[in-house]
Design a protein around this ligand. Sequence first.
Ligand code: ZN
Length: 243
Amino acid sequence: MKQNGISLNTLHRNGKGSDQNVTEANGYDLELIEQIGDEHVGSSYDTPLREDAFDMNDADKVKKIEYHFRQIMETMGLDLTDDSLSGTPHRVAKMYVKEIFSGLDPKNMPNIKLFENKYQYNEMLVEKDISFYSNCEHHFVPIIGKAHVAYISSGKVIGLSKINRVVQYFAKRPQVQERLNVQIAEKLKEVLETEDIAVVIDAKHLCVSMRGVEDISSSTVTAHYSGKFKNEQTRNEFLNYIG
Ligand SMILES: [Zn+2]
């Protein structure tokens, strides 16, 4: 099966103003992603989750992660009897489950209501500079970025804060930027009942800046255009808005 309407463009910014098209971003071979997308719909752009992902309740997950994080800290030689460190395993576990990875659980999906707005029928609505924090699933260190979203109203509109909430929801998962981009776009298509969606993400990956090549100026840009945004003029109008 083939996932229709999925197109992703990735640009790697080197921080000096010149952009360069790449087929590999953050160790991800986009040609391979395309291949996987062609052959395994449902798993390719979905976060890889086990079937029993939500069998355990949040309180038990916190307890289990706390236990294992304590093991990690002790293995590194840290003295967990120190007042400053003793509460860390519990704090980290709670933060994982309740905050920074809370977007794994469908029960935390924002509840979105649409309302009719005939005035904005067929008009482009843009929300830019939606800031988000995510985490790279290959290193578990932050991805910090901004999402720019546009849609062409089918007569129904969404509260702008809800677009933020959709972005935050998918950001609060271990992620790769390309997948985050598609997940936001696909969710908005579903709730807005339109194919006319554009999502551009510009993000810094701390796994590139604080380790590895230690490049502090680069950022990665991904884009997903569907429906009317595949039209160059419409796309350019959007790109002008987001500057
Ligand atoms: Zn990484």
